[in-house]
Design a protein around this ligand. Structure first.
Ligand SMILES: *[C@@H]1O[C@H](CO)[C@@H](O)[C@H](O)[C@H]1NC(C)=O
Ligand SMILES: *[C@@H]1O[C@H](CO)[C@@H](O)[C@H](O)[C@H]1NC(C)=O
Ligand SMILES: *[C@@H]1O[C@H](CO)[C@@H](O)[C@H](O)[C@H]1NC(C)=O
Ligand SMILES: *[C@@H]1O[C@H](CO)[C@@H](O)[C@H](O)[C@H]1NC(C)=O
Ligand SMILES: *[C@@H]1O[C@H](CO)[C@@H](O)[C@H](O)[C@H]1NC(C)=O
Length: 491
């Protein structure tokens, strides 16, 4: 009897452990994760580019189940998104704790067009609760992927970022200065600190520097190889946050591309951030994309892997590549197939999982409150193809096996020429499939962001006529099915 009981308990424990944390931990496009632990809770920020409000912060207690907690940029004074193309806008946040206050360093990239002669600018905001954030402090340096690090030994604060050697040959590297967080000014020498592990030319792109201290070592964790197939994570260490930096013997410490670009489903692993749990377990949160049948319609999602330490160096996932079938950790089960999402638009405000594009400067939707619940649009001249703010709300596509449906509100009269209301599978202002229920991505499209589902209405270049009918939706339903995605793509 005792033996039998023992066996039953053993089997149950095994099932619990086997179903623990599964990747991606935050499905749907959520690249460039930065994680911070506050007691026994974790907060994780990701890039949101031209979406508004900007820079979501997710919260979890168990690392497996994450809820949307807040957005860092909710006021136009905090993020400049006017006219930005898809993939530009606000990038690569880093959360840190400095003098008892939370900071988020980030940057704005207004355009990719070199003719415009506008360069990415770094800034940071601060908060006491990770919910309400200050206006930005703009940094002295120009570059990408800024992060702030306070040395626990000296209390000095450092700005680390990816920056060009000069504005002519644009060879990027990791740069640093000691910084005054209140003014944004460099108060120490601005210097190149590491060029990564690859041949140092314009395609190496050492980026996403994250600095942390563990035991007696300072670590500098970076991404390299560009954001596509060659994307990877590498690390160096030093006895000082100012270097000199010693490169890990096992770099890159995370690189699924080493096994071929069209073989493993999980690709573009990198832009990692390290943390320890209260129990002393170590993890990396990082971005990766699921390449299925040669394309990644969900873009770059947030993944997690366990880390072991050996001789003061990290070994990610036991040195094995990241596979979707893998699970780890000993927290309670992750909900693998989410419950359906239904929105009847019956609250006072829109659910925070809906986004708008760029910065809305006129109110373009309303929650309908009188006869029936719903959302009604105040359409403007812009549509989903414009680099502006159409009357549209968007939700990230969160699964590779799901449906999205929306119920139109009845209209009092017919629509005139150009007056349009519909739904869209939206990838960019250049690629969106309107009145469609399933997403797509061209195989040669580099998925900087992933797809969203949109509800929209537009006057198609004309103001919405005053005699035109009110248009809107009464309900949205998303149904998720089991995702049967193999470890290997092999297309
Ligand atoms: C990185 O490369 C630049 C040239 O692009 C060089 O000036 C700099 O000294 C290098 N930095 C380090 C730390 O080696
Ligand atoms: C950078 O160096 C690598 C390795 O030698 C090479 O494959 C790549 O083409 C180079 N890129 C540029 C822009 O020169
Ligand atoms: C994919 O990679 C795995 C691991 O290296 C290897 O065993 C397998 O043969 C590869 N498959 C293809 C189709 O290349
Ligand atoms: C990949 O393609 C196969 C064959 O066309 C199809 O059965 C499968 O559903 C596709 N997978 C996804 C996730 O779209
Ligand atoms: C989608 O879900 C259905 C129903 O659960 C399942 O039969 C199918 O294998 C799933 N397809 C993929 C590509 O995950």
């Amino acid at each position: 009897m005792g033996l039998l009981l023992n066996r039953v308990i053993t089997i149950q424990l095994w099932v619990l452990v086997a179903l623990a944390i599964r990747n991606p931990i935050i499905p749907g496009w959520n690249p460039d994760p930065s994680i911070i632990r506050v007691g026994d809770e974790y907060f994780l920020a990701t890039s949101s580019f031209e979406y508004w409000p900007s820079t979501p912060i997710y919260k979890s207690k168990d690392l497996a189940n994450w809820e949307l907690y807040s957005h860092a940029f909710t006021k136009p004074s905090q993020a400049q998104l006017y006219g930005v193309p898809t993939g530009a806008g606000t990038w690569a946040p880093t959360l840190s704790l400095i003098n008892g206050k939370y900071y988020m360093a980030s940057m704005t990239r207004w355009t990719y067009d070199p003719v415009a002669r506008v360069w990415p600018r770094v800034m940071w905001v601060s908060s006491h609760d990770l919910k309400t954030w200050s206006d930005p402090i703009w940094g002295d340096a120009w570059g990408i992927d800024p992060s702030l690090f306070q040395d626990p030994a000296t209390q000095k604060v450092y700005l680390n970022l990816m920056a060009p050697n000069n504005n002519v040959d644009r060879i990027w590297g990791i740069y640093q200065c000691q910084v005054d967080v209140d003014s944004g000014r460099c108060i120490g020498e601005y210097r190149s600190i590491w060029n990564g592990t690859l041949a140092h030319n314009s395609s190496a792109r050492p980026e996403g520097p994250k600095m942390f201290k563990r035991d007696s070592w300072y670590y500098l964790l970076i991404a390299e190889g560009g954001t596509d197939d060659l994307h990877r994570a590498s690390i160096a260490r030093s006895t000082s946050p100012e270097g000199p930096w010693e490169t890990a013997p096992n770099n890159p410490i995370l690189f699924n591309g080493a096994y071929g670009y069209d073989n493993l489903t999980v690709q573009s692993t990198g832009h990692a951030t390290h943390f320890d749990t209260p129990d002393g377990e170590s993890y990396l949160a990082f971005l990766a994309r699921r390449k299925i049948n040669g394309s990644s319609p969900l873009g770059r999602e947030t993944f997690l892997s366990p880390v072991q330490w050996k001789n003061g160096w990290p070994i990610v996932n036991g040195g094995e590549p990241i596979r979707l079938s893998q699970s780890f950790g000993s927290t309670r089960d992750q909900v693998s197939t989410p419950k359906p999402f239904t929105d009847n638009f019956d609250g006072a405000n829109l659910d925070p999982s809906w986004y708008q594009l760029r910065i809305p400067y006129t109110q373009n939707f309303m929650m309908k409150k009188n006869s029936a619940n719903g959302i009604t649009f105040k359409p403007n001249v812009f549509g989903l193809s414009d680099r502006d703010t159409p009357a549209a709300i968007l939700r990230k596509q969160k699964s590779l096996n799901m449906t999205f449906s929306a119920q139109l509100l009845p209209t009092k009269s017919g629509l005139g020429y150009g007056e349009t209301v519909g739904i869209s599978a939206y990838l960019s202002e250049l690629q969106h499939q309107d009145i469609a229920v399933s997403a797509f991505a061209p195989t040669n499209w580099f998925v900087f962001e992933g797809a969203s589902f949109a509800l929209f209405a537009t006057g198609t270049g004309q103001p919405w006529p005053s005699h035109a009918p009110e248009v809107g939706f009464s309900r949205v339903t998303e149904t998720y099915y089991e995702e049967n995605i193999p470890d290997y793509d092999k297309w």
